[in-house]
Each structure stands twice: as structure tokens, then as C-alpha cells.
Design a protein around this ligand. Sequence first.
Ligand code: PEP
Ligand code: MG
Length: 753
Amino acid sequence: MPAAPGGPRLLLRRLREAMAEPVSPQQRLDRIVVLIAANVIAEVCSVYVVRDDNTLELFATEGLNRDAVHITRMRADEGLVGLIAKTAEPLALSDAQSHPSFSYRPETGEEIYHAFLGVPLLRAGNTLGVLVVQNKTYRVYSEEEIEALQTTAMVLAELIASGELQALSPGAGTAARRPVSQRGVALADGIGLGHVVLHEPRIVVKTLIAENVEREMERLEAAIEDVRSAIDELVERGDGLSSGESREILETVRMFAHDKGWLRRMREAVQSGLTAEAAVERVQSDNRARMLRQSDPYLRDRLHDLDDLANRLLRRLVGQEGRAGDGLPENAILVARSMGPAALLDYDRARLRGVVLEEGGPTSHIAIVARALGIPAVGEIANATGLCDSGDAIIVDGLSGEVQIRPTPEVEASYAEMVRLRARRQEQYRALRDVPAVTRDGVKIGLHLNAGLLVDLTHLHETGAEGVGLFRTELQFMIAERMPSAAEQQTLYEAVYSATGDLPVTIRTLDIGGDKILPYMPALEEENPALGWRAIRIGLDRPALLRVQLRALLKAAAGRPIKIMFPMVATVEEFTRARDIVEREKAHLRRHGYVLPSDCRLGAMVEVPSLLFQIDEIAREADFLSVGSNDLMQFLFAVDRENRRVANRFDPLCGAAMRAFRLIAERAAAQGCPATVCGEIGGRPLEALALIGLGFRDFSMSPAAIGPIKAMVLSAHAGEVAQLIETELARASEGTSIRPALAAYAKAHGVPI
Ligand code: PEP
Ligand code: MG
């Protein structure tokens, strides 16, 4: 492949003409391979396309035997072409036949060719096919030649993605539109069937090939300059953090904006004849493909940062598209890289059927809000935004964590059936609404709701919950644009009380810091935010914030009983200091003639393991305890609850955790201090069964968990379970779980878990 006549620019111009010709799709593709072969001076140019059965099929060739077109097919991992598809990397060989992956196909007649250069046809990080050129000689392809072929590949990828080639292959469609099934992490239960709405609509690059290369180079340089100075400004002002971007991310993005390799590759792409935006997209697509194959989370995050930067550049070059929030279609399923809770609340709830995210763990805020709204959600779907297009059919299974993009009719029918079944089960749970939650041996179990937004409180009535066991006040703060004023807070708490009527509500003071960031508060640079300045620590160090909240709570509760609890208490003294602040606020209100709550109980959350060793003392001081098992497990086992690699490493039903729970239940009972469980564990039937066996009698959980937990309680026998757990714990060596024994018991006794 000596220096190409006319180079890549001429080729791109010719391709543009070919794309515009009024010919059939096959004729267009045939013409394109001839053009590429002639331009790069190769004897062979072939296009392989990934079909929806995941095979690679020869779609066009110049140089190989044409009879092999639509006949030669290989497995996705077969041969050199398969290798390129799998790695999404170019492959240049001076002697293809000596490569271990070479697979000989007699029908193509390729045995006389030695040099081989193949590049993936990438779009939004997905491999749609492979473009190959071959030469008879044993030649070495240069970097420039590889780059030029990749640029050409981009045009072909667009052609495949347009769906024009869909009908060419007998028996199967091209992979660009094939059904995709992916498993991520279940964030919010429920099944949603609908159509894709991209939260950030993809920036569509319509013009790939430049009319005037110099002009495109100027546009690229100007856009880079603009984006750089916008980022510089954000970093310097330090307040660009409102959209959840931390300074660290911005610093990294700034570093990339000056990355010479990245800039050079984009400039070269423009030099080869692409428009500025197509050049950005071309480099971004390679980057995305690399990102998807990167298993190191740190490096993957960096590639994400680079992707962000490319998006900024694209928006600058093409202009910002309208937000997806405008005119949401019926049955919308939102697909996003990541999303804040406020953004989700902006959408019309009545039309939303689900959420799919590339990021987002089960305890992230978006997950909490999705659960509160009852919207099925799945996180950690790699490249979700690249896998689907607006309007594609999609199914979200928020229980298994599966997402089906462009499902086959069979898959769709089976999910529709599942939805019907679930609706029937919900009907059964609804029938239990007014049935008291009492075990077979007559033990009454209190079932309460976890809430954080006013919308959650509508579930009180539907579920028949006895009250709100945990109202996370920080959620309202997290979705606000600015710090809610004292009056706004009071109005909110009044609304909470009026929605709950006579039912009891336990309100937790602000649990911010760690992963719960208020967008309008400057983010702290902390090595270990989960162990840092957060929750009650902020409340005690900055009492003004806590006082304002307490005063609003007390005023709102005028004349009615109130229960307040403090998060992340690590020492008894922290609790007594917080209690002193409440007493001072009460005295202040009394002095000013306000009506005080009729009864005011103060509780401590047990979620820092140090409290386990002061459990008698805290149970004596506090009016009640509430076990925050999400954090308690995180700190007990030193496993980051947000980190998927470790979050599920320890079973909360293992001996160590069970003993910790038992200690709390026993000591609280001994001190006559009520103890509830408000972490997620209390909403899982088997875990809740174990906790009942350990002596817990009150649980607070998400609305969807109430029905299944009540069904479990009704057929459980607390005494038998207590017995079983004692036997199992006496036997369990540390680290082993009582799960198998308890599950077997539940099965044998018909306890639904
Ligand atoms: C917990 O830690 O279990 C808890 C209920 O609090 P949060 O999930 O809000 O940290
Ligand atoms: Mg907690």
C-alpha cells in the first residue's frame, strides 16, 4: 500500500459522492470497496458486518472471490477478522497467514495475499463490523495508513448504523439493530416496558466529510480553545460543582484537554478529510471501545472523563440539542450515563416506565429516588447510551438487573406475562393491607416505611404501613437548588405531618457528607469521605445548621408527638450533646410562646460499630435505637457500600453480623429501649426472618418491601426461628452464614422468602 493517490481526503470526497448516488445498498457498498482498494493501493478490500446472530459476514469485497459475498460467515471470535471485532483494535500484519488466529476460507481465494490490515467499524463504542485491506506482498503498513483506514471505517459504520444494509444478508439482520440483553445492578424493583429516551440526547454528527479542510481545522481549534477556557474557569471558580462534578474530575478533564496525543489524533482526523465534529467522534469512538474493554476501574473512570470532554467539544461544535425532558413520550425509559435525583424528578412521572444507567450503585441517590417514585431502575449497564437509540424498544427488570434492548417478540411477551403475574401478586399483597403482621406464634411485628420525599408518603396508605420508621431529611436538601430556609423546612415538615396524620413518624436529622453531597455546599477534599466530616459530626461542629433544622421540626410538630433520631452516632457523648441542643431549642420555643410537641422522643442510629461496645449506655440514654444496617455492615466489615467489587462480599447472615445484631436486640431489650431496623436488610424477607429470630420486632423499609415482608411474617414462627438461629450461631464458625439453614427451614415450612 504505497502512498495513496490523492490520499484520504480524496477518498473521503469520493465516498461522499458514492453515499449520495441513487443506487441500491449493495451497489453502494460494492462501489465503496472498489474506491477504498484503489485509493489505498491494495489488491483486496472487504467489509465484514456483525449480524444479529453475532456472526461476521462478508458483505462486499474487491479482490476476493465475489461469490463468497453473503456466503462467508464466521463466528465472532474466529480468524483475524474476529480478533479485530473482539478487541476493537486495528491489526496490521505483513504476513497474515503466519498469525495464529488466521483462518483459511477456500471460497474467498485469499491464500495469495500476505499483508493484512483490518480496522473495526465502530460506532458509539460498539463494533458493527470490520474493514480489511490486503496486499500480495509482505509489506508493513504505516501508522498513517492505519489512521486513514480508521477514518474511512467511520463512514462505513454510519452506513451500517443507518440500517440501509439491514436486508442484504439472508436470514439475519445486521448487529447494529440486533436485540441486546445486558445484566447490570438492580437499583429499584419493578419491570418497565417502553421506549428509549436518552437523558442527554446523542449529538448527531450529520456531516462527516469536510468541504474545506482548513476551515474544519479552524473550527476544531476554536472549539478546543473554548472548551479549555470554560473548564479553566470552572476549576478556578470552584463552583462548577453544581452538576455533581467534583474538582478532582474537572482537574482531570482539564489535564486531558491539554493531552497531546488526543489532540494530535483529532487534528490528524481533520487533516484526513473529516469535519471537526466527525473527527472528535471518530477519536471518541476508539476511546469508548477501549473504555468498555478496560477492567481497571481507575483507568475506566479516566476514559469516562475523556468521553466527557469529547462530549463538551461535540456540543460546542454541533450546538446543544434540546433536553430530553421536553415532550416525553408515553412509556418512556430513560437511558443515561449517570443522573442526579433532581434531574429524575424533573421528568413527568406519569410517563416514566424505567431508568437505565451506565453508573449508579444500589445506595446512590438516584436509586433511592427511583425507589421512592416506584420507577424500575437498573445501573451499571456498560455503554447503555451507546447501545440504544432514541425510540428503541427496551425492557428494564429492576429485580434481576437485566435490560433488554430491542427485545425479540418472544422476550417481550414473556416480560409482559411477568408484569401480569406481578400485578396479580401485588393484588394479593394489597389484600393483606389491613391484616395485622403477626407471626404464627402470635408475635406482633411492626412494619414501617422508609421515606425521604413527600411522594413517598402516598405509599403509607397503599401499603398499610404503621408509620414512617425513617424519614431521611437530607433527600429534600439534596434535590434542592439551594439550602432550604428555616421557613421552607418548617413547611416541608408540616406537610410530612399532615400526610402522615396520626401515624408515627421518625425523622432523622440531616445525614449529609460522605456520598450525600449537597450541590450548593462546597465539596470537601477528604481522603475517606465515608469516614469523614458527615452527619451528626457536622451537626455538632456547626450547630447552627442542626439548630435551624431542629427548630423547624419542633415548630412543625406543634401539639403532636415527634420522634427525632441522629445519624452516625459514634459515642454516647455525641448523642447527649445533640440532645442538649434539642433541649435548648425547646426552651427557646417555650420562652417565645410556641406550642411544643406533645411528646418528644430522641433516638440514636446504631450504624457505627463503636456503639456496639457502648450499647448498654446508649440504650440507657436514648429513647429508642434504630439500626442503620447499610452503614453498620459497611463499617463492620470495612466494605464500601457503593463499591460493587466489595459491597456484597460479606453476608449479613454470617456469624459475625448476626452476633452484632443479636447484641443490639438483647441489650436494648434489657434496658427497656425499643430498637428497630431501618437499613435495607429489614426489607428482605429471609434477612428480616433472621432478625425476628434475634428478637427485633420493628422494621422500616421501602414501600415495595412491605407486602413481601408481611407475607413472610404471617407464615413465620418466631420461636422456632429463634431456636434455629441459636443452634446455627453456636455452630457457625466466624464467616460462615446461617443463610442455607434458614432458607431450608423457610422452604420446609412454607415461609415465602
Ligand atoms: C443505614 O445506614 O442503614 C441507613 C438506614 O441510613 P442511610 O442508608 O441513609 O445511610
Ligand atoms: Mg446510614
